[in-house]
Ligand binder design. Sequence first.
Ligand code: SF4
Ligand code: SF4
Length: 131
Amino acid sequence: MKPDYQECRRCGSCCRAHAGNISATLTDIRRWMREGRKDILIFFFIRKEDGSLIRGDVEGYQTMEGVTGIEMRNPVNLERFCVCPFLRQETEDRSACSIHETKPRVCFYYTPWKWAADSEITSCPTREKPV
Ligand code: SF4
Ligand code: SF4
């Protein structure tokens, strides 16, 4: 049974805590190509079986076999982020995703307030029972 906790408080905590592991799918990549979102594509790298990384906006690689993952990385130094580059601080305690309308599916489905009570998500404040 789902807990009756409140929904996302937009604290931005998850966009910091998980920034180093944000991934995308080929569906995300193809959608961003259709939408002309090079501003997003340059942050995602397609990893191939041989370990090489191909930037998401490079035409022709999105259907290739041998893709083992798609990773969000800094396009300048290829490092992982500590804070998602798409996170915008709106007020002291409120943040927003600047690509909310087309964010990666992994973010779209990150809805811990809907998850079962025994889910091991501890950093999200929606997991705290209301007082
Ligand atoms: S899902 Fe949880 S941790 Fe992420 S912004 Fe919403 S309230 Fe904060
Ligand atoms: S893409 Fe948006 S929702 Fe996903 S981690 Fe970045 S700021 Fe958060």
